[in-house]
Design a protein around this ligand. Structure first.
Ligand code: ZN
Ligand code: ZN
Ligand code: FE
Length: 760
């Protein structure tokens, strides 16, 4: 008795050692046939004893290689052909592309052993990899995944590499980026002008420069990093000056877990995140005796830490034997440099030496940033190691959809069927180069995943460049999605849920259908619809965008609302520091309603309180004041300021004047800033709880979704989750997709899909 089946395996099955795995399985069960890649995944033509064939199919899923994600196995009976052997054959090209591209993966244990073994021919070779590890997304030009369609295509394999590559028993069988010192990429050091310094040990030379206090640039997986000694405070300060990045925390790279434990508190879960094959930057609480220079993350309780994620990083960290600042290679606001010539041009004024190599980077890709909250991952920036794995949609798209995302922290999303390919972090579209990356990225994803969008979703905000791009695409239906609805829908999509829910969307600002700037919203939301049930009290945003950079404006506006003219007599440091002339001008503007759009933003309330307690009058990066306020807050429960909810009005309004009055009273009585910050966080948590409670009474809804940039604030997030859970709400939060604007493209896809489904 013999059976023959054609088996199609879909998911992340290319470039992860799947074919050699199939080959060895077929041999183990004594089956004949062949395996090959095509554009739908891996196809297996397999024949032999029926019971062995069944065992083969079970093992195919149960024993799949570590990096494979098997999404689906389709088996069809075929007429018997009497195969005697099993072979791996050439890739076939087909119409539909159903292949998933693997993210980049850190070196596997076997490769690390090769790296450290003096008898290995790849001993200390910075570009070694195998089918279980190495670069993927950042080097792929197209599918199917084959060497010619990667940036390694230009390197001809030597005889030794070729024989490993063609040996099904070898770990490097069809490892597309495989290389060795004889045939692969090479490393060199240049000065700031790009002139190569002749030397045989570039890593040793670069390490000596770092130890001596120089700032260098290192080409990694998705781009260049600016690198320096993380222990030398004056060097880090100089890096900040040259990079024009005054305050935003810098990430560090540390050689191994033991070394991280000497700097930060690391739970088991956090250790697992650090060491996962995606190797993200993990935010960890720094230890009191942490020797890392204060300039790395001024005023922050947390450090962004990552482990080495390429062989090159492993060698570098071993050589310098100290934690390194590793921050993206750019001048503030620009995207990271990733091409050799461009890197020298743009970073020549910052780095004194460059460690470069000749393996081109196809896709610029930043490091991902994540943290662990209540035992669950909370992704803050989704990029290297995560993208381009899709998010699985519970409701498949009837037609392919492009969603253009937000304006800051942009990501876009292309969706087809049940897959939503959320792009890696693109950045702030205000920058011209970043905007180009956005356009090129969409073209690349369309090709890679064979998606021709038939509808385009975008944010309501008419001035977002992503919206303007969407509206310029002709011949497609355009679907505008309100910003906060998109936030809630992105979290719903993550949970495979359609609603209805109470959606709490708190962030900086997003455009409302009434033309006002929303940002402290309670929505009744399904994926298709939303209704604004409640929001924070509206206040004017004096000077529009400028008020976001200058929190003192918000503090003054709030004081004016609460105290009117009497604010002049408040004996507050804030009032003594206030530039009264600018304030007078601003008040006239407010009185005439000029350039002062109304906003219900929660982010701006954070700004006002931060400015009132003297944290800062101006910010250098988005949400800086809020971050600093969070750093002051203690985890103890603490009492709250009074607030009231006008529940008769539609939508309900959560009044914030009591909070301002409470903060001022505390300041006048000399309460320390940390106490006020703690109380403020407790108050916001109570506001959310109390409002959700009233909305539950009105709507009967139990489920609450928390989304928007404000919920990156762990102090607030954990309080809100535990308070809501204690009152038996069912709480949904983000995990795989950021709560900030990096997640809204996914929400736009979900909303557009639901709206299109209703139209048909
Ligand atoms: Zn490996
Ligand atoms: Zn070789
Ligand atoms: Fe937002």
């Amino acid at each position: 008795m013999r059976d023959r089946q054609k088996v199609t395996v879909q998911g992340v099955v290319q470039g992860v050692g799947f074919r050699p795995f199939v080959y060895s399985l077929a041999n183990r069960f004594g089956l004949g046939g062949a395996v090959w890649n095509d554009t739908t995944g891996v196809v297996i033509d397999i024949e032999g004893d029926p019971s062995r064939l069944a065992a083969f199919l079970r093992a195919l899923v149960a024993e799949a290689p570590p990096l494979a994600h098997v999404e689906r196995v389709i088996a069809e009976m075929q007429p018997v052909r009497h195969y005697t052997t099993f072979a791996i054959t050439q890739s076939e090209m087909h119409e539909a592309h159903d292949v998933l591209v693997s993210p980049d993966v850190a070196p596997c244990p076997a490769c690390l052993r090769d790296l450290a073994d003096p008898h290995e021919r790849r001993y200390r070779y910075p570009f070694l990899n195998c089918t279980h590890c190495g670069p993927r997304f950042t080097i792929v030009l197209g599918v199917p995944y084959d060497r010619e369609r990667t940036t390694m295509g230009r390197f001809a394999m030597c005889t030794a590499c070729r024989s490993e590559y063609t040996d099904p028993g070898d770990r490097r069988f069809h490892a597309q980026p495989t290389a060795c010192p004889v045939c692969g990429p090479r490393l060199w050091v240049t000065d700031a002008h790009g002139d190569e310094s002749p030397m045989d040990a570039p890593l040793a030379c670069l390490s000596a420069h770092i130890q001596a206090g120089h700032i260098v640039a290192v080409k990694g997986l998705g781009g260049y990093h600016l690198v320096c000694d993380a222990l030398q405070n004056d060097v880090v300060r100089e890096l900040r000056r040259r990079k024009r990045r005054e305050a935003k925390p810098l990430a560090i790279m540390v050689s191994d877990l033991d070394a991280v434990q000497r700097l930060c508190e690391v739970s088991q879960g956090e250790a697992a995140l650090l060491a996962s094959p995606s190797r993200p930057i993990v935010l960890l609480k720094r230890r009191a005796d942490c020797p890392v220079a204060p300039e790395v993350a001024p005023g922050n309780r947390y450090l962004g830490v990552m482990l080495p994620y390429t062989p090159l990083h492993h060698l570098l960290l071993e050589q310098v034997a100290r934690p390194l600042v590793m921050t993206s290679g750019n001048v503030t606001e620009e995207p990271m440099a990733y091409e050799n010539g461009d890197a020298v041009r743009r970073l020549g004024g910052i780095a004194e030496y460059f460690l470069a190599h000749d393996r081109p980077i196809q896709v610029r890709c930043d490091d991902s940033v994540t943290r662990l909250v209540l035992g669950r991952e909370l992704l803050l920036r989704r990029a290297r190691g995560y993208a381009p794995l899709p998010i699985r949609l519970a409701t498949p798209c009837a037609i392919p959809i492009l969603a253009c995302g937000g304006h800051l922290k942009n990501t876009f999303c292309l969706a087809r069927g049940e897959y939503a390919f959320l792009s890696h972090h693109i950045g702030d579209l205000e920058d011209y180069q970043t905007y180009n990356t956005f356009i090129e990225g969409i073209a690349h994803f369309k090709k890679l995943f064979d998606i021709v969008p038939q509808a385009v979703a975008y944010d309501l905000h008419p001035r977002y460049l992503s919206s303007q791009y969407a509206l310029a695409l002709e011949g497609l239906p355009h679907i505008a999605v309100q910003h906060h609805h998109a936030h809630i829908a992105s979290c719903l999509a993550e949970h495979g849920c359609e609603g209805p829910v109470i959606g709490v969307a708190w962030d900086g600002t997003g455009y409302g259908p009434d033309g006002r700037l929303w940002g402290g919203e309670f929505l009744l939301a399904t994926t298709a619809h939303f209704e604004r049930l409640a929001h924070l009290e509206e206040v004017p945003l004096p000077g529009g965008e400028q008020a976001i950079r200058q929190p003192w404006r918000m503090a003054a506006v709030y004081l004016d609302r609460v105290y009117g003219e009497a604010m002049q007599h408040l004996d507050l440091d804030f009032m003594h520091r206030l530039d009264h002339r600018s304030w007078r001008v601003m008040r006239q503007m407010l009185a005439r309603g000029v350039n002062a759009p109304l906003t219900s933003s929660a982010g701006r309330l954070f700004d006002a309180v931060a400015a009132l307690i003297g944290l800062r009058n101006e910010v250098q990066y988005e949400a800086q004041a809020a971050v600093e306020l969070e750093m002051l807050a203690e985890e103890t429960s603490g009492d709250a300021y009074p607030f009231c909810i006008r529940s008769a009005s539609r939508p309900m309004v959560v009044e914030t004047q009591g909070v301002i009055r409470g903060v001022v009273d505390d300041l006048l009585q000399g309460a320390p800033a940390c106490r006020i910050a703690t109380k403020f966080h407790a108050t916001l948590a109570e506001m959310i709880l109390e409002t959700c409670h009233r909305l539950r009474e009105r709507t009967g809804l139990q489920r609450v979704v928390l989304s928007g940039g404000v919920f990156q604030n762990v102090c607030l997030l954990t309080r809100v989750i535990s308070r809501l859970a204690a009152r038996s709400f069912e709480v949904y939060t983000h995990s795989q997709v950021p709560p900030n604007d990096g997640g809204i493209a996914l929400g736009q896809v979900a909303v557009a899909n639901a709206i299109l489904a209703q139209r048909h």
